[in-house]
Design a protein around this ligand. Structure first.
Ligand code: ZN
Length: 348
């Protein structure tokens, strides 16, 4: 399999032998799917200025394979050199006026091309500047983190930035996360860490606070059945939340059934709500039902208040607080913020 085989030098990537990376075609398809346009756009903007690349990105949401695919996409984005010209323009252009003009650097939004050698090396893991610490089937070992730490001070080998992916980091022991934290304490330019986990709440808060968090769209289709069932419930909650915000009615009958809301569904809904808040604050509510309700009832101050409440709710869910009660609290909080908004409007 293509699993990082050619990356012989960094011993840590040997850990992925036998567990295949996502197929490059699947990465291409996911990376260009409309559902992931938001994350893709964020990544492209983040990569525009190599000096300003976040030290740590946390990719949450989606399926495990989606997260790894987008992490490989990020690697390709940082390593892409653009489509290779057919001839050898550098030499030929020295020969005179008839020479083809060397291809221009691709525009940021066209990166990564996902076809050039650098992109292919990123997608197949055959890359000396890509470290994959793979927690998909086994926990990431603390030794692997220490080994990566030992190379952080060295410049990357073939590209401007070294990428260190920690896949499904939430499956690892707390010591491993702590070792990682130590690696992040002293900023090392030229290194980009990518942490993958279903939800940020499943990682140490100290790791999350150091991360630029990007939330992938939820998986759909029969890809992950339980996730798609959860997605359906999340959609019902979103609709109910919108109605409750507008009319003050109907919410408790949704969450009231015994076991109607699981912890995962609660976290999924928190993610959806957070995305909707972000969409409204950045003027991209579009036709989204939940975002539309938020936009009509909450002013920016209230939206920020709700954002904090969502964070608190997600933390409570992480600490095993009853999911239905947590979401009820969140919905009530939203209605109260809507009232504050109305009062502020009346007072001009
Ligand atoms: Zn490329």
């Amino acid at each position: 399999m293509a699993a990082a085989r050619a990356a012989k030098e960094p011993a840590v990537t040997e850990a992925v032998e036998g567990v295949p990376l996502p197929d490059p075609d699947a990465v291409r398809e996911l990376a260009h799917s409309p559902a992931q346009a938001r994350v893709r756009g964020h990544m492209q903007r983040l990569a525009e200025n190599p000096e300003a690349i976040p030290q740590v990105i946390l990719l949450e949401g989606g399926s495990a394979s989606d997260r790894l695919s987008m992490a490989l996409f990020w690697t390709a984005l940082l390593h892409c050199r653009g489509p290779e010209p057919a001839a050898e323009p550098a030499q030929m252009s020295m020969l005179g006026a008839m020479a083809p003009v060397p291809e221009a650097e691709p525009e940021p939004e066209e990166r990564p091309c996902l076809t050039c050698t650098s992109c292919m090396q990123a997608l197949t893991g055959a890359n000396r500047d890509l470290y994959l610490l793979d927690g998909r089937e086994e926990m990431i070992k603390i030794d692997a983190v220490r080994e990566v730490r030992s190379v952080l001070g060295e410049p990357p080998r073939d590209h401007p930035v070294r990428v260190i992916i920690l896949a499904e980091l939430h499956n690892s022991r707390i010591e491993t996360a702590n070792a990682l934290l130590k690696s992040l304490e002293e900023p090392r330019p030229g290194n980009s860490f990518v942490l993958l986990a279903p939800q940020r709440e499943r990682l140490l808060p100290t790791l999350v606070s150091r991360s630029f968090v990007l939330t992938l769209a939820w998986p759909h289709g029969e890809d992950v059945q339980s996730a798609s069932d959860d997605g359906e419930t999340t959609a019902r909650l979103a609709e109910g939340f919108a109605v409750f915000l507008e009319t003050g009615k109907g919410w408790f009958s949704i969450t009231g059934g015994k076991g109607a809301v699981s912890r995962n569904i609660g976290l999924g809904f928190c993610n959806a709500l957070e995305r909707a808040i972000l969409a409204v604050l950045t003027d991209r509510a579009g036709s989204d039902r939940l975002a539309g309700a938020l936009a009509s009832r909450l002013d920016p101050q209230a939206l920020r208040g709700l954002d904090i409440a969502v964070d608190q709710a997600a933390q409570a869910l992480g600490m095993q607080v009853n999911p239905a009660l947590t979401l009820d609290w969140l919905a009530t909080r939203a209605v109260s913020l809507a009232r504050d908004t109305t009062l502020r409007k009346r007072m001009g």
